[in-house]
Design a protein around this ligand. Structure first.
Ligand code: FES
Length: 66
């Protein structure tokens, strides 16, 4: 992937929640798998408990805060 192929999305970190990306075309996970983005805004899981990784499925809302 050439540098000019990289997206420059807006990033918003939600407290105790996901990372919101606006304007991304794809997301590459830690295993190197590239996930195409088909929505204007997507939520990436930061708690690693989602059943739909790398996407947030709302599970973070039921995790006890430690
Ligand atoms: S941040 Fe929402 S499920 Fe992990």
């Amino acid at each position: 992937m050439r540098e000019r192929d990289f997206d420059h999305p807006e990033v918003v970190l939600c407290p105790d929640g996901p990372m919101l990306l606006r304007g991304a075309r794809s997301v590459q996970d830690a295993d190197g798998t590239v996930h195409p983005v088909r929505r204007p805004v997507v939520a990436l899981c930061r708690c690693e408990k989602s059943s739909r990784l790398p996407w947030c499925d709302g599970t973070h809302k039921v995790i006890p805060k430690g």
